[in-house]
Design a protein. Structure first.
Length: 377
């Protein structure tokens, strides 16, 4: 009997001294899936050790033609959250992803971002791609009205009051987050505001030439202002999926917002000194429209509606490049360089690779600014 009492006393002592595991400490990391590599940077920056990130389009892949492998679909079945961004393959595959995992929270991280029309080849050499003037409605910032993204959403006033995303039913969309201020259409910091390099114009008139009106540009991550808005949507999604770690997500987001502001400041230091008459650059695929818009540059695309240019269109591109003394043509590693090299030989330019799908977002923004500044000298 005495031994039994002692044993029970020792057991109670062990239970008393055992470390208490809180709910937050015992929480397993969220399994998060994203469409492209640049998203991984933002999700990882905000989620840190609280997330495991799976990227659908792997390094070297092309989101225009991507199809998931069976192993990726199996991994997706375990995902807690999916952050979409509006790239091509999502039109077909997002619905299938949700069918494979009905419990997965789907967050459209591009939903409250005003999108530019996709830049396209055109005949008017006076209107080249993205101009550096201000527009009637700023690109890459939160929109002030309701948007159609498969359904009408109502904006919630504050993050803590609940940002509900598409999770098998209609939800209210969150716009504001508790990080001290609301980011309006002027940008996220004073450094992110547009500088005066030209005149104010109505955006619809500006885009009359040089854009494919049937397609909106999905490359929202390639400029600080829309990238910050995307990060806010990621913050909201992580907080909704894992409220126990909301404070950590908020602190990480605040640090990320400062890094985005630092990148913006560095990019402006590279690009602001460029004269107005030299602020154009030639690309094969027009992925840099938001970058051009934010920094008052002119993006001149080679391809026509996603296709190789005809002989006549190619001649027009060459003529435009010669008239504007283009010395660099930017290409991305996911696409063929053949046409770009043909033009480069014709005009005496050289081809430079810029990867819009690079994972290291700050380094990629700074590298792009440096490459463009050198090309515009």
């Amino acid at each position: 009997m005495r031994k039994s009492v002692i044993s029970l006393w020792l057991l109670g002592l062990c239970l008393t001294l055992a470390p208490v595991v809180t709910a937050a400490e015992s929480t397993e990391p969220l399994n998060v899936a994203v469409s492209i590599l640049p998203q991984q940077y933002f999700v990882q920056a905000i989620g840190q050790e609280h997330v495991n990130v799976t990227v659908m389009v792997e390094p070297g892949g092309d989101p225009h033609v991507y199809e998931p492998r069976p192993q990726q679909m199996a991994a997706l079945a375990e995902a807690d959250v999916y952050f979409s961004i509006g790239v091509n393959f999502e039109d077909v595959w997002l619905e299938r992803f949700q069918e494979a995992n009905p419990d997965m929270l789907l967050v459209h991280s591009d939903e409250n971002i005003h999108k530019l029309p996709m830049a396209a080849h055109h005949h008017d050499h006076g209107e080249a791609g993205e101009h550096g003037e201000h527009h009637g409605e700023e690109a890459g910032h939160h929109e002030g009205e309701h948007h159609e993204h498969g359904e009408q959403h109502e904006e919630a006033a504050h993050h803590e009051e609940g940002e509900h995303h598409e999770h098998g039913e209609q939800h209210e969309e969150a716009e504001h987050h508790e990080h001290g201020e609301h980011h309006d259409e002027a940008g996220h910091h004073e450094e992110a505001e547009h500088h005066e390099h030209g005149e104010h114009h109505d955006e619809a008139a500006h885009h009359e030439h040089g854009h494919d009106h049937g397609t909106l540009d999905p490359h929202i991550w390639l400029a600080p202002s829309p990238a910050l808005a995307m990060a806010e949507a990621i913050l909201a999604g992580l907080m909704e999926a894992d409220p126990d770690n909301a404070a950590a997500y908020q602190a990480n987001f605040d640090a990320l917002a400062q890094e985005i502001a630092n990148v913006d400041q560095d990019v402006r230091a590279q690009l602001d000194p460029i004269p107005e008459d030299k602020r154009h650059f030639m690309v094969f695929h027009p992925a840099w429209g938001y970058f051009a818009h934010e920094y008052h540059l002119r993006q001149v695309p080679v391809e026509v509606g996603g296709s190789e240019p005809s002989a006549r269109e190619l001649a027009e591109v060459v003529e435009h490049a010669q008239e504007n003394q283009v010395r660099v043509i930017f290409v991305q590693p996911q696409m063929s360089e053949q046409t770009a090299r043909t033009i480069a030989e014709e005009i005496g330019a050289h081809v430079v690779v810029l990867d819009p799908l690079a994972e290291d977002w700050p380094a990629n923004m700074r590298s792009a600014a440096e490459a463009m500044a050198q090309a515009m000298q």
